[in-house]
Design a protein. Structure first.
Lengths: 142, 106
């Protein structure tokens, strides 16, 4: 699998979504699943860029790849910034989601959208590289 | 695709129209515009989203920001696309805004 590389800044978000959209279309995902996958990748890429690179004072690339298997589409997002396990972000509590908007915690919304936008979100660290894997089952979202 | 933003204050209503894609790279300009229109102390913030094709959580944080700045502000979301509506539902924002097909005449 070939990985496409983008500089780790926020300007990379639009071309990354375009990459994901193309892969989702090639995998035959429907419009809603395609959007949700683009949103999931966008939210994680945003976290990697802002927390993993910019706030940590680090520079690096985001590398993205797609693998279309008979049953599922897997998007890989690789970075070399500060490590952020998606599970290390606190999700908003259910009661927070009923609070008036002005009383809402601003954190955790992106992770909530990322996790709910795909069938599986996996994370691993290999040789100082961090890899997020977004998995969507093709048969259920065709 | 970038984001086009326009705004206009009519009486006590601030209208902001967004077309394109709202992500973390385009959110700061939206926040700036919202900040600017809120300076006129409107009663209503009317967001025209018919041509907004993508909205990340950065868009939701702008809504929180607006409501924190003006807790009595009524926020209307006009004609959001189904995918954006789903984001509002999933995150519980649906109950904090008025989703409408046409801008209210106020």
């Amino acid at each position: 699998m070939e990985l496409q590389s983008y500089p780790g800044d926020l300007d990379a978000l639009a071309p990354i979504r375009e990459f994901v959209k193309n892969a989702a279309q090639r995998a035959g995902l429907n419009r809603k699943a395609t959007y949700n996958l683009c949103l999931a990748v966008d939210e994680i890429a945003t976290n990697v860029i802002t927390h993993g690179y910019e706030e940590a004072g680090l520079q690096g690339d985001l590398r993205i790849g797609a693998e279309i298997k008979p049953e599922r589409l897997i998007i890989y997002l690789e970075d070399t910034g500060k490590s952020y396990h998606p599970d290390s972000f606190e999700l908003p509590a259910l009661e927070d989601l009923d609070e008036p908007l002005e009383a809402r915690p601003i954190g955790g919304l992106g992770i909530l959208l990322a996790k709910s936008g795909v069938d599986e979100l996996n994370y691993s660290e290999v040789d100082n590289k961090h890899v997020h894997q977004f998995i969507v089952r093709r048969d259920q979202h065709a | 695709m970038a984001l086009d933003i326009s705004s206009e204050v009519i009486g006590k209503s601030a209208h902001v129209t967004l077309s394109g894609e709202l992500d973390s790279s385009t959110a700061p300009s939206v926040r700036q515009i919202v900040d600017k229109v809120l300076a006129d102390s409107p009663i209503n913030l009317i967001l025209h989203l018919e041509n907004l094709s993508f909205m990340a959580s950065a868009g939701l944080r702008i809504l929180i920001f607006a409501k924190q700045k003006a807790p009595d502000l009524k926020v209307y979301v006009v004609k959001p696309q189904e995918t954006i509506l789903e984001t509002l539902r999933k995150t519980g924002f649906y109950s904090g805004v008025y989703v409408v097909d046409e801008a209210p005449v106020v």
